[in-house]
Design a protein around this ligand. Structure first.
Ligand SMILES: NC(=O)c1ccc[n+]([C@@H]2O[C@H](COP(=O)([O-])OP(=O)(O)OC[C@H]3O[C@@H](n4cnc5c(N)ncnc54)[C@H](O)[C@@H]3O)[C@@H](O)[C@H]2O)c1
Length: 338
């Protein structure tokens, strides 16, 4: 599968390094606004066709699919252009951090009208641990699921200028959790109540963001969810999921780089969680790309669709409103008309 990449920043370069390990994929070119910053690195990886303007990459007739790793504020425009150019698309989450859902729906309409496929980068769906929990919940191993609980804490703060491009805590970080709770419970969120603040970096208020948040959710099937997020966990990247049900509980704990535990007269200890998303989800990032390529080559299912990202964005918009008003906010559960 001949592919192109649009956006080679923090996440884009990580994905490119992962994608080149997949034998079925051939990266024909990379477009990046600041291409001079990454040209040498791309050349070292064997990628010589580089562009500043992504429209030029889309003109390459040999490219069948594009990976969009550009900043979130450019996703709607780039995905629409790629669909019109007849390319299949993998796009990082979310499609937008705007309250204007109609704009995102227009993107999905362009995808449909041009007969291309779009997969969204909800990589946690295919993380080995979380997928195991998901499959066991679906197989009825814990009876009827009743509560889903996600702890998701970053190791440290992000720079303000990055937050402005990719969204604050809710639209960048919690976005994954909004998708995961829906995925685990197989039900849409009907109501969200969010409390958050700046316990770590008060200057985040200048860009209307928070660094700590606690969220209560209700689902269409009557079940409940809890999410807690922090931008700074001093012990590493804290990623845990629990689903509690009528016949038991499933719990995915953190992944450490060593299974060795230390025991002494005074103390016991275990290794810290893997430090950052690039390491914790490395396997999942490759697996989601394989899933996408497989969907294209064998007309298989997509891991996460445009509809999935709209449903997650809706919860983020409602959670933002809840933060601002201090009240629970209803979420529309009707599936988007595309
Ligand atoms: N799935 C995950 O775990 C995960 C983790 C972090 C970030 N992300 C997502 O990845 C995306 C990128 O985040 P990032 O942290 O790498 O941001 P970044 O700012 O480091 O990188 C984005 C890059 O896109 C480039 N860009 C912007 N507009 C462009 C355009 N029109 N044409 C070409 N290049 C363009 C920028 O120059 C920049 O280099 C965001 O949507 C973010 O939400 C996903």
């Amino acid at each position: 599968m001949n592919c192109g990449v649009i956006g080679a920043g923090r996440v884009g370069m990580m994905h490119i390094r992962n994608i080149i390990t997949i034998p079925e994929v051939n990266i024909l070119g990379v477009a990046e606004l600041f291409i001079d910053h990454v040209k040498d690195e791309l050349h070292e990886l064997g990628i010589t066709n580089t562009y500043k303007d992504y429209h030029e990459l889309l003109e390459d007739k040999d490219i069948e699919a594009v990976f969009v790793f550009a900043s979130t504020d450019s996703h709607e425009e780039i995905v629409t252009a790629a669909a019109k150019a007849g390319k299949h698309i993998f796009c990082e989450k979310p499609l937008s951090m705007d309250v204007n859902e109609e704009a995102s729906l227009n993107v999905l309409r362009a995808v449909k009208e041009n007969g291309v496929k779009l997969q969204i980068g909800f990589n946690r769906r295919i993380d080995r641990q979380f997928r195991d929990v998901f499959e066991k919940v679906r197989a009825g191993k814990i009876g009827d699921p009743q509560i889903v609980k996600i702890t998701s804490r970053d190791p440290d703060l992000l720079p303000h200028d990055l937050i402005k491009r990719i969204g604050g805590l809710l639209f960048d970080f919690t976005m994954h959790d909004f998708d995961m709770v829906r995925y685990m419970m197989d039900s849409n969120v009907t109501e969200v109540y969010a409390k958050g603040g700046t316990l770590i970096d008060p200057t985040l208020q200048e860009i209307n963001d928070v660094d700590t948040i606690a969220i209560v959710l209700q689902f269409e099937n009557g079940t409940f969810g809890l999410i807690d997020n922090s931008r700074r966990a001093v012990y590493g990247y804290d990623q845990r999921v629990e689903v509690f049900g009528s016949e038991g509980m499933l719990k995915a704990d953190n992944v450490n780089n060593s299974t060795v535990e230390y025991y002494s007269k005074e103390d016991t200890s275990l290794k810290k969680p893997l430090p950052i998303f690039t390491e914790r989800y490395r396997e999942a990032y490759i697996a989601e790309m394989r899933f996408f390529i497989d969907a294209l080559l064998n007309d298989g299912p997509l891991l996460a669709t445009g509809e999935d990202v709209i449903m997650a964005q809706r919860v983020a918009v409602a959670a933002q409103k809840s933060l601002e008003t201090g009240l629970p906010v209803k979420v529309d559960t009707t599936l988007p008309k595309i």
